[in-house]
Design a protein around this ligand. Structure first.
Ligand code: IMP
Ligand code: MG
Length: 182
């Protein structure tokens, strides 16, 4: 049988800890937006897992939309080059938009995205990110909701991939060097 476990070096955030944090974030979002309907915007593919769970902890009417942007491919470093591969279905004008991200690393992807989305005149534009790598953001970003600050290591699981694998792990972990292509 093919299993992922032999590739895992260490579990940084177990599933229960992630869920507990998302409950907190969901409650905060529910309070902050009170009776305003939200449009959740997910950045594919990584954000689909956190979006699915977080949305169920937000007790407000909301709609979903998704965007796909180019990412690293099989490399593990941000190129700073962002290209929109799939745009939103919603017209954002007048909407309260909450962008859901899996991880903010250099911040380059998000910075580009926020500038692009702001130009569409939403009523408000905020970000909820599950993870933020500490000390390496190359740009200043105002993140309204952040789950965890983590060290500057490459992580997989809970939506995050290496070469499109490991997204379905229920926890967030680092990989053994051997998993990177030996
Ligand atoms: P940034 O532009 O450097 O902030 O990176 C943005 C994107 O890179 C994220 O949305 C992820 O898709 C990917 N990424 C950054 N760090 C990691 C990581 O540690 N594991 C997996 N993907 C990552
Ligand atoms: Mg991503």
């Amino acid at each position: 049988m093919l299993v992922y476990e032999p590739d895992i070096e260490k579990v940084l955030l177990p599933s229960e800890q992630i869920q507990a944090k998302l409950v907190e974030m969901g409650e905060q979002i529910t309070r902050d937006y009170a009776d305003r309907p939200i449009l959740l915007v997910g950045v594919l593919k990584g954000a689909f897992v956190v979006m699915a769970d977080l949305a169920r902890y937000i007790r407000l009417p909301l709609e979903f939309d998704f965007m796909a942007v180019s990412s690293y491919g099989a490399a593990t470093k941000s190129s700073g080059v962002v290209r929109i591969l799939k745009d939103l279905d919603h017209d954002l004008e007048g909407l309260d938009v909450l962008v859901v991200e899996d991880i903010v690393d250099s911040g380059l992807t998000l910075k580009y995205l926020l500038k692009n989305l702001a130009a569409r005149k939403p009523a408000s534009l905020e970000v909820a990110a599950l993870l933020r790598k500490v000390g390496i953001q190359q740009v200043k970003l105002d993140l309204r909701y952040v789950g965890f600050d983590i060290p500057n290591e490459f992580v997989v699981g809970y939506g995050l991939d290496f070469a499109e694998k490991y997204r379905n792990l229920p926890y967030i972990a680092t990989l053994k060097p051997s998993a990177y292509g030996g």
